[in-house]
Design a binder for this molecule. Structure first.
Ligand code: 5GP
Ligand code: MN
Length: 340
């Protein structure tokens, strides 16, 4: 582990011994790494600390609701008053899997006002938040890896609780697309080995995420593979559109398109992929690439978003047609950067 990280983790240990009200927060639309890292940390801290709460900005997909402690997670959207009071009383505020308070949207003003010690644990580039303690490293697969490093170095137990191991395994598995990308460092697999030793239930977690599709979700995937997909051979790019009609036809539920943005990257010579989901209020966009093309820059420049070099998100408030036209125009402009 990098020297600077070990120093930060040592600072965190001292901080945890002197403070009492701990609040863990994640970004809006929490994914497997956000939920896994927060419950991994929560279940660890709960074994020696009484007052720990997780507050998420909004709801998350049904298939992520299976970890120990999930029933204690507080949703800011639906429990705004309670969440606000808990944040106001916090003396340690964890910022997990994001590094810019604005990514919590409506929750951001309350977090900004907080006087708590701010502890960032994250693997996204260019942190915006000025944290008191920053465990931030873009070279790791996931925030869950960093939570593992922090918990194991703080050394309160010989072994992580099984509940934490399950949660951290979930985040590493989902952020690497089931150990497909972003995990070339052997350390990721060393951590996974330690999680399995601590009792992580690999098959159960794999089943929850990859073997629990509804028929509608599978139908939507079929649509994405056929009618929903366009391949732009000359730009090594492919994109999927889920329009209102498809949303209705397949009774779209939050999380139903999770991971589908990766599908076009299985096509030979496709190095850039995107998915556009036409929600009622806005169009949610995800970008993925293989190789050189920096989709976080692309998203940030044209679609109000950001993320990692090979995985980013964004949104558009224009119509679907205008959004797609802008996308096509920008793909043409950047065509010579899209290669492996
Ligand atoms: P997804 O496509 O799964 O929504 O997001 C892919 C990656 O980009 C995730 O690491 C996510 O945290 C990040 N991301 C998604 N949306 C945004 C955004 O609006 N702003 C920033 N900075 N990052 C985002
Ligand atoms: Mn992550």
């Amino acid at each position: 582990m990098k020297e600077s990280l070990t120093t930060q983790i040592d600072k965190l240990k001292i901080c945890l011994e002197n403070k009492s009200n701990i609040v863990i927060t994640v970004h809006r639309n929490p994914d497997g790494d956000a939920i896994g890292s927060s419950l991994g940390l929560y279940n660890y801290l709960k074994s020696f600390h009484n007052n720990v709460n997780i507050i998420v900005p909004n709801a998350y997909p049904q298939d992520l609701h299976f970890l120990d402690g999930d029933d204690t997670v507080i949703n800011f959207d639906t429990h705004t008053e309670l969440s606000t009071r808990i944040i106001n009383e916090a003396d340690i505020l964890f910022v997990l899997d994001y590094n810019d308070i604005t990514r919590t949207e409506d929750m951001a003003p309350i977090l900004k006002d907080s006087k708590a010690v701010k502890v960032l644990i994250d693997h996204h580039p260019n942190p915006v938040l000025e944290a008191d303690i920053a465990i931030s490293d873009t070279s790791v697969s996931s925030t869950c890896e960093l939570v593992y490093e922090a918990c194991s170095r703080m050394d309160y137990h010989n072994m992580l609780p099984k509940s934490s191991a399950n949660a951290l395994y979930l985040g590493i598995m989902t952020d690497t697309g089931n150990f497909r990308h972003n995990c070339n460092n052997p350390r990721t697999f060393e951590i996974v080995a330690r999680l399995l030793e601590a009792g992580a239930e690999k098959d159960m977690i794999t089943g929850q995420i990859f073997e629990s599709y509804t028929k509608n979700r599978m139908g939507l995937m079929g649509y994405c593979l056929n009618d929903g997909m366009t391949v732009l051979d000359e730009h090594n790019t492919a994109y999927i559109v889920i329009n209102r009609e498809a949303i209705n036809k397949f009774n779209f539920k939050k999380g139903d398109a999770e991971g589908f943005v990766n599908i076009p990257l299985s096509i030979k010579n496709v190095y850039f992929s995107a998915i556009f989901i036409e929600f009622e209020q806005y169009i949610k966009i995800s970008f993925r690439s293989r190789g050189q093309f920096a989709v976080n820059k692309f998203s940030n420049s044209y679609f109000n978003g950001g993320g990692h070099r090979n995985a980013a998100g964004g949104k558009s408030n224009s119509s679907l047609t205008d959004t797609l036209n802008k996308f096509l125009e920008k793909v043409k402009e950047h065509s010579d950067e899209i290669y492996y």
